[in-house]
Design a protein around this ligand. Structure first.
Ligand SMILES: Cc1cc2nc3c(=O)[nH]c(=O)nc-3n(C[C@H](O)[C@H](O)[C@H](O)COP(=O)(O)OP(=O)(O)OC[C@H]3O[C@@H](n4cnc5c(N)ncnc54)[C@H](O)[C@@H]3O)c2cc1C
Length: 388
């Protein structure tokens, strides 16, 4: 088996590193500390993504007919690794290029593609994902926000929670449920996806104070919000299929272990400077944290390889996601034990990593749910009965 990168892939990586070196401002680390939902990082993401767009590096993996270059899956992935290693200067926009765009291309109408894809391609738009609700997180199908069909569209009422980037977003990829009627759709079949303009009348966004960074997570309230039928994605009854496709793309796209690895390297440098790197216990623990990062990398590569070879997605993606969370937490535990002063102000980057590592096992779906999926779909163990 050959694990090496081709010449072309190495050149692609060098090109991205050069662009990052030339483009990121000297105070980038400081900007990144505010978090991807902050005003500072949102403003910077628009500048940075516009530069990526100009150089053909924002959506090169998109099909040429939608403004991309049909570039191979691995090239997209290398781009993601380098962005994460640099602290993800695309901010909230990583989501647009990874999954919002591809989902629209697969399920959107020509009018929706024309309306939504160009601003994503130019690096100008911010989306948020309106899935979770106070009583529907892991059990997403239990969502209660209603979309009542009315002439020309839907009237939406309900509440979403933990919505990242909501205060900055132009559009929400919103899940809502058509209320039951005699003989009508029920359960997952009653869910619709509404591409909702966040400036619509009746939407209220409230930030949730959190350790994660400024403006990262929110409550979003919908009070009789009108969404035109033209902004429904897919047919009524098709939402669950679309969500499955969206989540597949969302989960493979994120190379978080690359940022954990960068933090581990920084920690080792600090320990060397402090003359503590000779300590056998520290070295042993650092090696274990490193193994978690590299194991996560290899497991994620296996998923990317499947995608590159057009194999159908399988439960291995859950194994990879679990490993990525373990890497984040392993590095965080190592730094917390041996460099606790970093959390008390000596290293703001460590502090930011610490705060985000805590959330890593919950954001994008609780990691424990992945263990259920691994047990059932990978190990073939009996599970809970499937919901309709
Ligand atoms: C930083 C951050 C950003 C987020 N951004 C967004 C966003 O932009 N949009 C959005 O829609 N949501 C977002 N979320 C919400 C996230 O998707 C949910 O928090 C997650 O799906 C878990 O749902 P919950 O919080 O309701 O917890 P619950 O589902 O109530 O779970 C609570 C605990 O119980 C465990 N658990 C639940 N069910 C099972 C089970 N069947 N088997 C084993 N264990 C189980 C979970 O693992 C978890 O530890 C974000 C969350 C965070 C932390």
């Amino acid at each position: 088996m050959e694990f090496g990168w081709t010449e072309e892939e190495q050149a692609h990586r060098r090109r991205i590193r050069t662009l990052l070196d030339e483009t990121l401002p000297p105070d980038w680390d400081e900007i990144s500390l505010h978090g991807p939902g902050s005003d500072a990082q949102t403003a910077y993401s628009k500048e940075f993504c516009a530069i990526l767009a100009e150089r053909g590096l924002l959506v090169p993996h998109w099909p040429a007919e939608h403004g991309g270059e049909d570039s191979p899956v691995w090239q997209q992935f290398i781009l993601g690794e380098e962005m994460w290693a640099a602290g993800e200067p695309r901010g909230a926009q990583y989501m647009n290029v990874n999954w919002v765009g591809p989902v629209l291309m697969k399920f959107g109408t020509p009018a929706q593609l024309e309306k939504y894809l160009p601003p994503v391609r130019r690096g100008e738009s911010i989306w948020c994902q309106g899935f979770s609700e106070p009583s529907a997180g892991s059990d997403l199908a239990a969502l209660r926000t209603t979309a009542v069909p009315v002439e020309g569209g839907y009237r939406v009422t309900g509440a979403k929670i933990w919505t990242s980037y909501a205060a900055q977003a132009d559009t929400c990829f919103l899940l809502a449920r058509i209320p039951p009627v005699e003989g009508g759709a029920a359960g997952k079949a009653a869910i619709v996806i509404l591409l909702t303009d966040m400036r619509s009348q009746g939407i209220q966004v409230k930030p949730i104070p959190a350790l994660l960074g400024d403006g990262d997570i929110h409550e979003v309230f919908f009070d009789d919000v009108f969404v035109p039928a033209a902004d429904r994605l897919g047919a009524e009854g098709q939402a669950w299929e679309i969500i499955g496709f969206a989540l597949q793309n969302e989960r493979v796209g994120i190379a978080r272990y690359e940022f954990s690895r960068r933090m581990l390297d920084r920690a080792v440098e600090r320990l060397k400077t402090q003359g503590r790197w000779g300590d056998a216990v520290i070295r042993d623990r650092a090696a274990r944290a490193l193994m978690l990062c590299e194991a996560a990398r290899m497991l994620v590569y296996r998923v990317v390889d499947g995608k590159a070879r057009n194999l159908p997605p399988d439960a291995f993606a859950s194994v990879a996601r679990w490993a990525v969370v373990q890497a984040d937490n392993g590095v965080n535990d190592f730094m917390t034990e041996f460099l606790p002063d970093g959390l008390l102000g000596a290293d703001p980057m460590q502090q930011a990593h610490h705060q985000r590592a805590i959330a890593a096992g919950v954001a994008s779906g609780a990691a424990e749910i992945q263990l259920n999926l691994i047990a059932r779909r990978w190990l073939g163990l009996p599970g809970e009965p499937a919901r309709t």
